[in-house]
Design a protein around this ligand. Structure first.
Ligand SMILES: Nc1ncnc2c1ncn2[C@@H]1O[C@H](COP(=O)(O)OP(=O)(O)O)[C@@H](O)[C@H]1O
Ligand SMILES: O=P(O)(O)OC[C@H](O)CO
Length: 526
């Protein structure tokens, strides 16, 4: 009896089942890995996360960078399955996708990739870029901005180098478009958004429509093979059974998949950069520096005149040589097994390596560079001396090289500041991306830019931005309003610049700049 009454008491005290909480899944399909998080707007926090890393193997052809779209799909499957196991009690109400920009994904009529995607960092189409830029100028499209990383030169390259495959292509989509197609079975009607589309090379970024005659220059059928551009908070389609199963969804409530966008656009949403005045630097495989603006980027600068993912503009500088190169230098030049943290710990403790790497300058353009527009550039190392080679410390050269690479990546990005309307003086920079976790690099960037750095608590800003977009689409809110309603937390401590270090960096910066221009600038004899 006592047992029974205690059981009766317990069962009457059972809490009412909690109504399941709405959550939004954000995916970021990056160059070296896919990241996924689940955001709960009611709790104002990320409640689950997962990631799959796949790296990017250097190609045996200089300037080529390709990846199979199936690698992204299987990473997305693994990520969704993993977060699905973590979110019991929550109700998935939308999915958003962020993706590496510019990649050319050529699909046949069944939506199957015809070849590996040519990525944003593939510069094989340098010649085609010049052809298209000349055509655009002649046709009076003076806002057309192209680099070999953009999609349109890659499509022309495919037509010229792989004509039979080109003829079989039914669609040319971007990496995030392809994932949205897969998630929502949109093989018959792919869609994109103006943010990612502004990296295709066809978009008029003021009217947000593709310029048909530019596509016609490549092929008269091409314009109809580009995905339809939908609004930032529009629903692209609904999650299909395969991905619902992976997420562990058992009811039959439709789950909207939003338009998605390029990773830089989504990253801006994820850090709350939806109003002019905020500068964001991202240290991913690419390095980027951007801010939101109500007007398009100024003409004739290396700033890409992108659209944002919420109806504004996103002038952006992108460098190709960032964490990918740093990781290669770590792997090839430092002792086996070292992590970025190991290298930086030793650099912090080292008394034999100064700012400026004891005179060693490294140009990190292993696969060419986009800003400056030097697609044929290569890596270069200058300043090796007897002391660098014979210090008696086995790791000295590796460490010097690693630090010289980090300095060069930083200089390359800092050099683009001159093109932004704000000029070189910034009040604050928000740092995101894989490299932003690195305390040693944080201080270096603050010192070179001479401005304080702030850090969002959520480091996967692109995935978070994609989740925000999904929330806006599911609730019919404007993306900008939705983002402004979220509480985006920053780390309490800023990193402040040291004025003393600036002078030493300035000397190294100038050495880096003049070596680059001598070797690869307009007047160089490459
Ligand atoms: N502490 C660190 N210092 C420097 N780079 C780092 C650090 N941690 C991770 N990375 C690098 O960051 C990159 C991943 O960043 P991420 O922004 O996710 O890139 P992507 O989206 O291009 O795949 C990898 O190249 C990784 O080696
Ligand atoms: O892989 P990420 O994050 O460096 O993305 C590549 C960018 O989209 C290029 O602009």
């Amino acid at each position: 009896d006592a047992l029974l009454s205690s059981w009766a008491l317990k069962s009457s005290q059972q809490p009412e089942p909690v109504p399941s909480k709405e959550v939004f899944v954000g995916l970021d399909v990056g160059t070296q890995g896919t990241k996924c998080l689940v955001y709960c707007p009611h709790e104002g926090r990320v409640v689950a996360r997962s990631s799959v890393s796949y790296g990017l193997e250097p190609s045996h052809v200089q300037g080529r960078a390709e990846q199979k779209p199936s690698v992204w799909v299987s990473a997305v499957e693994d990520c969704l399955q993993s977060v699905g196991r973590q979110i019991g009690g929550y109700q998935v109400s939308g999915v958003g996708v962020s993706g590496q920009q510019h990649g050319m994904v050529a699909l046949d009529s069944a939506g199957t990739p015809l070849r590996p995607a040519k990525l944003w960092c593939d510069v094989e189409a340098a010649e085609e870029t010049e052809q298209l830029q000349t055509l655009a100028r002649k046709a009076g499209y003076d806002r057309t901005f192209l680099t070999p990383g953009f999609t349109s030169p890659k499509i022309l390259w495919m037509k010229q180098h792989e004509p039979e495959l080109f003829q079989r292509a039914k669609w040319f989509v971007l990496p995030h478009d392809y994932i949205v197609m897969e998630l929502a079975s949109l093989q018959e009607q792919p869609v994109t958004d103006a943010g990612d589309a502004s990296g295709n090379g066809f978009l008029d970024t003021t009217t947000r429509v593709n310029i048909a005659s530019l596509a016609d220059h490549i092929d008269p059928t091409l314009h109809d093979k580009l995905p339809r551009i939908i609004q930032p908070n529009e629903v692209a389609g609904y999650l299909n059974d395969h991905f619902r199963r992976l997420l562990g969804i058992s009811d039959d409530k439709p789950i909207p998949v939003s338009a998605g966008s390029g990773d830089n656009m989504c990253s801006a949403l994820g850090v709350g950069c939806v109003l002019p005045g905020m500068a964001v630097m991202s240290l991913g495989t690419s390095g980027t520096l951007f801010g939101v603006s109500d007007t398009p980027a100024p003409l004739n600068t290396p700033l890409a005149p992108f659209c944002s993912a919420c109806g504004q503009h996103l002038p952006l500088a992108c460098t190709m040589s960032c964490t990918g190169v740093l990781t290669q230098v770590l792997r090839e030049c430092c002792p086996k097994g070292w992590t970025h943290e190991d290298a930086c710990e030793r650099l912090s403790e080292s008394t034999s390596i100064d700012i400026g790497c004891n005179g060693l300058t490294f140009l990190p353009f292993l696969g060419g560079e986009r800003t400056p527009n030097w697609p044929h550039a290569t890596g270069a190392l200058l300043g090796l001396t007897q002391q660098t080679m014979t210090n008696g410390d086995n790791n000295l050269l590796g460490l010097l090289w690693y630090r010289a690479c980090m300095e060069a990546i930083t200089f390359c990005l800092a050099d683009t500041l001159q093109y932004f309307p704000s000029g070189k003086k910034l009040d604050k920079v928000l740092l995101v991306g894989g490299g932003a976790k690195n305390p040693f690099w944080r201080q270096m960037i603050a010192d070179v830019l001479q401005c304080p750095l702030v850090f969002p608590v959520e480091t996967e800003s692109a995935a978070l931005g994609a989740a925000f977009q999904a929330g806006a689409a599911a609730t019919g809110t404007s993306v900008k309003e939705y983002v402004l309603q979220q509480n985006i937390e920053m780390e309490p401590a800023e990193v402040k610049p040291s004025p003393d270090n600036f002078k030493a960096y300035e000397v190294a910066f100038e050495r880096y700049r003049s070596l680059g221009h001598k070797l690869f600038g307009k007047d160089s004899k490459q």
